[in-house]
Each structure stands twice: as C-alpha cells, then as structure tokens.
Design a protein around this ligand. Structure first.
Ligand SMILES: NC(=O)c1ccc[n+]([C@@H]2O[C@H](COP(=O)([O-])OP(=O)(O)OC[C@H]3O[C@@H](n4cnc5c(N)ncnc54)[C@H](O)[C@@H]3O)[C@@H](O)[C@H]2O)c1
Length: 270
C-alpha cells in the first residue's frame, strides 16, 4: 500500500544484489512511495547483472562504487546530485561482507587481513559515506541515513564471527557521526537491527538455518521479513520520524526483549 510518504524525496540505495536483498525491497518500496532513487553497488556485484532489472523497474541509474573506496564514494555522491538536480534526502547503507566467514575461519583464529576487510566493508564504509556526504554537503537538512545491523553486535552468536565486531562498530559510528551530522546539518543517522533474513549475506553465516528457526520460535511476532524491513526503512526516510537519530532500532518481531518463549521451553519438556 502506497501513501506517498517519500513524495518529492531523492535517495541513494546501496546493496541490492538480487531479488532477496533487503536493499532490493527498500528500492521498490521507496519508488512506490514516490521517491526518486539511484542504485549503487560494488563494481563486482554489477557483473551478476540482476541490479539492471531493478534499475529498469525503478527507472533509475546505477552508479558503481566500492564502499571501501573514498574516491568511488565521492563520485557516487557527486553523480547523484547531478541526477537529482540537488541534494539527497535519504541514503540506505545495506552493505556487509566478511572474508573470514566466507573462508570458514574460526573467530579465535582470524586472518587479520580478512578481519580488516570485514570492518572496512561492513562498518568503516558507513563512516566513509557520511564523511564524504558531509564534506560535499550532499544531504538535505532533516535527511536520513539508515544502516542495517544485527543483534550479534550486542550479544554473542558464536557463528556470526567477526561480523559481530563489524556490527558493533557500525552502531558506534551511527551514534558518533549521528551526533556531529545532527549538530552540523540536522541529518539523522540510525541503524535497524533486523531479524535473520534469507539473503546472500545472511545465508553465508554458518548454522544460519538453525538460528533462523530459533529466532523465529523466540520472537512473539516471528522473524521480520525483508519486506517489512523495507517498510520500516521507509518510515525512517520519511518526515514522520524527524526527531529519531543515533539509534539502533530493533526490527525483529520482539526477539531482542524475549527471555524465553513457550515454544522453546516445550523443546526441553522431558
Ligand atoms: N540477512 C540477514 O540475516 C541480515 C540480518 C541483519 C542485518 N543484515 C544486514 O543487511 C545488510 C544487507 O544484507 P542482505 O542480507 O540484504 O544481503 P545481500 O548479500 O543481498 O547484500 C549485501 C550487499 O553488500 C554489497 N557489498 C559487499 N561488498 C561491498 C563493497 N565493497 N562495496 C559496495 N557494496 C558491497 C553486496 O554486493 C550486496 O549487495 C548487510 O549490512 C547485512 O549485514 C542482514
């Protein structure tokens, strides 16, 4: 259901890899709500090609940018402003990747070059986006930047590996930069802490199916889907959440505040 919540707004959406991507759903919802968008992803992700379909559906341009590369990010914001004929109103950071997870390195025995890459791609990239945007004055007052996090930033999920550290850093950058950007330009910065979701990045985590099922059983509303996550992103891009900033907002069907559920207890009934 569309409510024109983003009518007249312009936004940059990163991280749409395929139809399962959270960013894919956000892009489609943003367009339904009347926004004009540009898409961006790593040049290597372009080769998979699916993003071209999304660009067609949303009638928008794709600007390749490696989120670890400041020059690429500068080009991304400059080109976006040309396309928009002005500043952006919202930015989605939907980027995560861990070579240690990919290569099955155990958390107690990380490859440190990989570890650096995990933090750079998944967390420092948000700092780079924000820093470039601020220097170029590329986001309008009351604009909104949203990143995607996971509760492993705060509680231990052993197989989430070094991505847990990346999410802790992502949430910290959100608070710290959110303060400075709020003071300087009234730009808002938040993360959404999303339920496990069946996407390329999600399914790459060891034991994903078990913790997806556990999380679903623990959450009074069940796991939150990528579609409902997109809806939540839209509210944060809209003017209805103007005073929300520097927050990590749980979008998890109640998982984060549930100690135990009846369904999980029943599993232990002898
Ligand atoms: N799937 C889940 O269970 C889940 C849960 C909570 C949070 N998240 C987060 O949501 C975000 C989106 O992930 P997703 O689940 O939609 O998976 P996804 O695999 O569809 O998206 C990850 C995206 O990151 C992009 N990316 C990787 N390296 C990049 C780089 N160097 N530069 C630019 N882009 C790069 C990929 O191309 C891809 O589009 C990530 O931050 C992820 O950690 C996912």
């Amino acid at each position: 259901m569309a409510n024109n919540l983003l009518k007249g707004k312009k936004g940059i959406i990163s991280g749409a890899l395929d139809t399962n991507s959270i960013a894919w759903k956000v892009a489609k919802r943003a367009c339904e709500e009347g926004a004009e968008i540009v898409l961006t992803n790593a040049p290597v992700a372009m080769r998979l090609g699916a993003i071209n379909e999304l660009a067609k559906e949303c009638n928008c341009e794709i600007i390749p940018a490696d989120a670890t590369n400041v020059e690429d990010i500068e080009k991304l914001f400059k080109r976006s402003m040309e396309i928009f004929g002005g500043k952006a109103d919202f930015v989605l950071h939907s980027i995560g990747m861990s070579p240690n997870v990919r290569k099955n390195k155990h958390y107690t025995d990380l490859d440190y070059d990989f570890y650096h890459k995990t933090l750079d791609v998944s967390a420092m990239s948000l700092h780079k986006f924000l820093s470039v945007a601020m220097k170029l004055d590329a986001i309008n007052e009351w604009g909104s930047v949203v990143g995607l996090s996971y509760i492993a930033s705060q509680r231990v999920f052993p197989d989430y590996n070094d991505m847990a550290d990346a999410k802790s850093l992502l949430e910290s950058v959100t608070r710290s930069f959110g303060y400075h950007y709020g003071k300087a330009k009234k730009v808002r910065v938040n993360t959404i802490s999303q339920s496990p979701t069946k996407t390329t990045a999600g399914s790459g985590v060891k034991g994903f199916d078990s913790f997806y099922a556990y999380s679903d059983m623990m959450s009074p509303l069940g796991n939150a889907s990528a579609e409902t996550c997109a809806d939540y992103c839209i509210t944060l891009f809209s003017d209805l959440t103007k005073m929300v900033t520097m927050q990590n907002l749980f979008h998890d069907g109640g998982f984060s505040f549930t100690g135990i559920s009846m369904e999980v207890m029943e599993k232990f009934n002898g």
